[in-house]
Write a protein that binds this ligand. Structure first.
Ligand code: ZN
Length: 198
């Protein structure tokens, strides 16, 4: 049923299609937006458009960034011989927030999930393997402790170990099935400290 004008409905539909936004929140947001001063709305729409135009994947770690090489990979003070493998850019940010990890990352953009038809070639695994030709001491696997995350960790471990590189898995301070991005920084850091070799 059409309660609002076509234009407002269109805005509500677009907002409701975003992750985590139900139809009630979408309505609230749409009303908020149309009541904002014009320059605020322009800033919001410009920010969305500019971020979209400039968004790309780091040529090294595959995280989402607006440069060819992300700030972490470009930082020569980081330990480039230690690579932490995570599922999403959000997980990478969660570890960055601990402020205690000095290595670099590799973002897979997902996890292997045969049930959902996601195989090794559907995530950024090939790019990780290519990075191992460089001088790498340790690969820390920090995928989520979900079924998919564990399966991905096992797969990567089997793939890398023959190359003679140390492979470790973050400790189980991270609750089973827990998404890394929702875990507090202390727990994350403990999980990193307590990592075990695979
Ligand atoms: Zn990077």
């Amino acid at each position: 049923m059409e309660f609002y004008s076509g234009d407002i409905n269109k805005l509500i539909d677009e907002l409701a299609a975003l992750p985590g936004i139900g139809s009630k929140s979408a309505q609230r947001m749409a009303f908020y937006i149309v009541n904002l001063p014009q320059d605020r709305v322009k800033r919001l729409s410009d920010a969305i458009w500019t971020a979209k135009q400039n968004a790309r994947y780091c040529k090294c770690c595959c995280t989402l960034t607006d440069r060819d090489i992300c700030p972490v990979c470009a930082n020569t003070k980081r330990d480039h011989k230690t690579i932490m493998v995570v599922e999403t850019p959000r997980d990478m940010i969660a570890y960055e927030k601990t402020g205690r990890y000095e290595g670099v990352y590799h973002v897979l953009h997902g996890a292997i999930s045969p049930m959902n038809g996601i195989g090794p070639s559907d995530i950024r695994l090939k790019e990780l393997i290519e990075r191992l030709h460089e001088d790498v001491d340790e690969v820390i696997i920090a995928t989520n402790s979900s079924l998919e995350g564990e399966a991905t960790a096992m797969y990567i471990s089997k793939l890398i170990k023959p190359a003679g590189i140390k492979v470790s898995r973050i400790a189980s301070g991270v609750p089973v099935g827990g998404d890394l991005e929702y875990i507090d920084e202390v727990t994350l850091f403990r999980a990193l400290e307590g990592r075990v070799e695979m």
